[in-house]
Design a protein around this ligand. Structure first.
Ligand SMILES: [Fe+2]
Ligand SMILES: [Fe+2]
Ligand SMILES: [Fe+2]
Length: 426
């Protein structure tokens, strides 16, 4: 599976915008501005690359906080989302280098010197965080002014300049002043996808095919973003991915297909980032409007994954996990041969995991009850009978692996939220 690093992360950054429709494109615009600033500052390619990735991911922690924060008001959460973003990325082999940049993208310039990182040989990362901070506030001002009283580029610049030396690193502000003279900069920035203007310049940063480990690491980061939003389902994605891979093994999938299944499992509920927490966490049954919102998530998963070259198969499996062989599923109502075995496996893995996993408000279902539900669904053509027979044949192994995966994910979840002000996160 050859996937380009930038295709993957640029595509998936679109998922981060789902949470708040009024800030669509924020991550891409910030990534664009940060890289242009880096170029103007003559930063080496490795640092431009770090800034691009940090720009694409910088508000990632905002999705882990229960209350839905609009990205533009993120500063009012005491930069909690920056800390959570750091925690999400710091152990990720692909993104650990950008974690400190994300952590400090709201830290004022005047406070940087006193940070422990400033004495830890991480001064460069802090400088890059300062560049990102300016790129982020630039977009915030532009967006904010985009609604009613639109600010001209000159007015935006004037506001940012007044904060030079206090909020912003003067070197970054100076570079922005230089950039601001070019009309092209503002035109690119306000275009529908500014990152396209960057890929025209091939030496802008280091693009490369992702290694297997990087791809898995990046998809795990996104699965945590999905899961950690709600303590009710904090380990669900990990359980589904493990169950689906185990079933695919039993069905004779080869190694590259098993990798694709792991990705599809990790990313299947990506579109749920667009579903408000109040609905995700609602204790009772959903009303019609809420159901409608909830049922859009597979479509959104398809829209995001389908746009990444090389992920076509993954996108199909992932976005068809609520389809049913009898045609009564959603969103497309596919049936019969329209549904591949991979999609049927993921659908069964999703149901199996949902039934067997413990939730804070109820223990998981017993083996016997779970199998009764699966048999009934298979009888109604709501699940593939062949896949259900695989669950029967290998129940012990499948369930053990699911449980181990979810236990490990639960430990990560606890560590993630440890020593944070409780009132703010849960
Ligand atoms: Fe932020
Ligand atoms: Fe931001
Ligand atoms: Fe789902």
């Amino acid at each position: 599976m050859a996937i380009r690093l930038f295709d993957f992360l640029t595509g998936l950054s679109g998922a981060l915008d789902l949470i708040s429709p009024e800030v669509v494109g924020h991550h891409k615009r910030v990534a664009y501005a940060a890289v242009r600033l880096a170029r103007t500052l003559n930063l080496p390619r490795s640092e431009r690359t770090d800034l691009y990735l940090a720009g694409l991911m910088h508000d990632v922690g905002g999705f882990s906080v229960q209350s839905r924060l609009a990205a533009l008001q993120f500063e009012t959460d005491g930069a909690l989302h920056a800390e959570l973003g750091f925690r999400l990325l710091r152990k990720n082999p692909l993104l650990e280098g950008v974690a400190p940049i994300v952590r400090h993208h709201h830290t004022p310039f005047t406070r940087v010197e006193a940070l422990p990182e400033a004495r830890d040989g991480q001064q460069r990362k802090l400088f890059l965080a300062g560049v990102l901070c300016l790129a982020d506030r630039l977009d915030a001002l532009l967006l904010r002014s985009g609604r009613k009283d639109r600010l001209s580029p000159q007015e935006v610049m004037a506001r940012l300049r007044t904060l030079s030396g206090s909020m912003f690193d003067p070197r970054a502000v100076e570079a922005l002043s230089e950039l601001a003279g070019a009309e092209r900069f503002w035109a690119d920035l306000t275009s529908s996808d500014p990152t396209r203007a960057l890929t025209d310049a091939p030496d802008m940063f280091e693009d490369r095919d992702m290694s297997h480990a990087q791809l898995m690491a990046a998809s795990t980061a996104f699965s945590q973003i999905i899961d950690f939003r709600s303590r009710f389902t904090a380990t669900h994605t990990h359980g589904v991915a493990e169950t689906a891979v185990c079933l695919a093994e039993k069905a004779g999938f080869d190694a590259p297909e098993l990798d694709q299944m792991r990705l599809a499992g990790n990313l299947h509920d990506l579109g749920k980032l667009a579903v408000p927490s109040e609905i995700v966490e609602k204790p009772g049954p959903l009303d019609e409007r809420e159901k409608h919102v909830m049922r859009r998530h597979p479509e959104l998963t398809r829209a995001i994954l389908g746009a990444v070259p090389g992920l076509e198969q993954v996108s199909r499996w992932a976005s068809e996990h609520h389809e049913q062989p009898g045609g009564q599923g959603y969103p497309l109502g596919l049936s019969g041969r329209e549904l591949s075995l991979g999609s049927r496996i993921l659908a069964a893995a999703d149901v199996f995991t949902a039934l067997r996993e413990d939730r804070p408000y109820r223990p998981g279902m017993s083996r016997e009850d779970t199998m009764r539900v699966l048999d009934r669904m298979s009888g109604h053509n709501a699940l593939d009978p062949l896949v259900v027979s695989l669950v029967h044949g290998h129940h012990g192994e499948i369930n053990d692996r699911r449980q181990i995966a979810q236990t490990m994910a639960a430990a990560e979840f606890r560590e993630f939220y440890s020593s944070l002000p409780q009132a703010e996160v849960m």
